[in-house]
Design a protein around this ligand. Sequence first.
Ligand code: CP
Length: 342
Amino acid sequence: MVASSSDVRHVLHASALDDTVWHTVLDAAVEYKTHDTRTDAAAGKTIGLLFFNPSLRTRTSMEVAAAHLGADSTTLTPGEGTWNLAWTDGAVMDGDAAEHVREAIGVLSRYHDALGVRVFASGTDYKADKRDDLIHRVADAATVPVINLESAWAHPCQAVSDASLLTERFDGDTAGRDVVLSWTYHPKALPMAVPNSTVKMAARCGMNVTVARPDSHALDDDVMDAAQSLADPHGAEVTATDDLDVAVEDADVVYAKSWGGPMVYEHPEREEEIRTQSRDWRITEERMDRTDDGAFLHCLPVRRNVVVDDAVMDGPHAAHLDQAGYRLHAQKALLDYVWSLD
Ligand code: CP
């Protein structure tokens, strides 16, 4: 029996989790972390993982999360040992792609009880990336739950995991804490999935979020507005500034991330020019010392002494390894949700 796509619990964006589910998942993640729980609750189930882009944490933590619940996983890297896939509707497939994503996902849905898919932004079509077209095409073709392992516009696994870490760090009392999401220099124009998800995640936790970035690298207005809507019930504020040194003053958390931003799509040369002139947007020990004993977070991978100094990575503010560790616990909680294991 193949379920219709509307019957299944996809996790394409964190907004797919209503407030009850959101809190259940966060609490479960903290529980999994606290007790390092292993169960056979998902024995006999399998998850298929497709990575169109590289990964260290997401791939490994999802495989281990499945194993800790008694499930099996298989991981595919399309084009490396599998067929190259076509994406577009009506594609005339006389090029490299031997198979269409509709068949690939339709077939894998018949083998697996859930799929996890990573497919990054095109970097060329802003509207399509903002609509998150590719991950939605996957979900449309699937008949089992699809977990977004980072798409063009969102990284819900990272968001749920970071919210779980912050919930534990602040003993469930995240509301009113001050978070700085800091743009940082990077030699490449990186996608916006993580900053988009982070600003909304922190706002949903009731934290005051300051997005510190050069004016050229402002996040999409709709993302900022959505974040403010999530902050409103908590009386929290989501703001932006181009002064990182002021932003970090007394902050509880500094979350560093690099992104190219909307300018990459329209004026890539100009974006690169501004970015390369912005090397001082780096998290230093001096900046962390201005915080209120703040935690340094980064989703990783991170470039030492480009994005953040060694003194921070190896110093007392560093929380990025625990942050990465939480991915395992949070994804066990997400598998509970998509497989209705509770
Ligand atoms: N943060 C994160 O998603 O890491 P990977 O790209 O290594 O999976």
